[in-house]
Ligand binder design. Structure first.
Ligand SMILES: [Zn+2]
Ligand SMILES: [Zn+2]
Length: 164
């Protein structure tokens, strides 16, 4: 980690190293606040803005990227060697990853069909996880066909009405 920082021209201060370590140890999809809590357990002198600035640096160095799901929280996701998609539960806000390998040929074909050179894919499936689906009475019979969700009272969040 020190090496990486130095080769990119950044100082490896103890606080910075701690924040990087905590981020890498935390797994995926962490918010600034969550990371801040983790860092504070190890060093209570680290400020919130320091954590935030270093998260931005982590992204800049290509180790992570921001994930915005329209719920007002910015999550930071480690960049994985293989692209992954997200399953997002609209009820409990849980975010689960899935392997996109199976989808890649179709995605590439779609892009090429439009004479478009893809450099990355972001796939997010919105819906309800098993336990929320059961509680809300949304069952597996309601597979989505593009006509809108039927048995769910909540307005579905469209890709295009993201106000951020
Ligand atoms: Zn992810
Ligand atoms: Zn859920």
């Amino acid at each position: 980690m020190k090496e990486l920082l130095r080769t990119k021209g950044y100082k490896a201060t103890p606080q910075r190293e701690l924040i990087f370590e905590c981020f890498l140890a935390a797994g995926r999809h962490i918010t600034v606040d969550e990371l801040y809590q983790k860092v504070r357990l190890k060093d209570s002198s680290v400020g919130h803005s320091t954590v935030w600035r270093n998260l931005k640096l982590i992204c800049k160095l290509g180790l992570a990227e921001e994930v915005n799901l329209g719920d007002g929280l910015t999550r930071y996701d480690r960049i994985t060697p293989e692209p992954h998609g997200h399953l997002y539960c609209l009820e409990c806000k849980k975010l689960v990853e899935f392997d996109m390998a199976k989808l890649l040929p179709a995605l590439n074909e779609t892009a090429q069909g439009s004479r478009f050179q893809p450099v990355g894919f972001k796939i997010e499936i919105q819906g309800y996880c098993d336990s929320c689906g059961e509680r809300l009475g949304v069952t597996g019979e309601n597979s989505y066909n593009g006509s809108g969700t039927k048995n769910v009272g909540k307005k579905e969040r469209g890709k295009n009405d993201d106000l951020s």
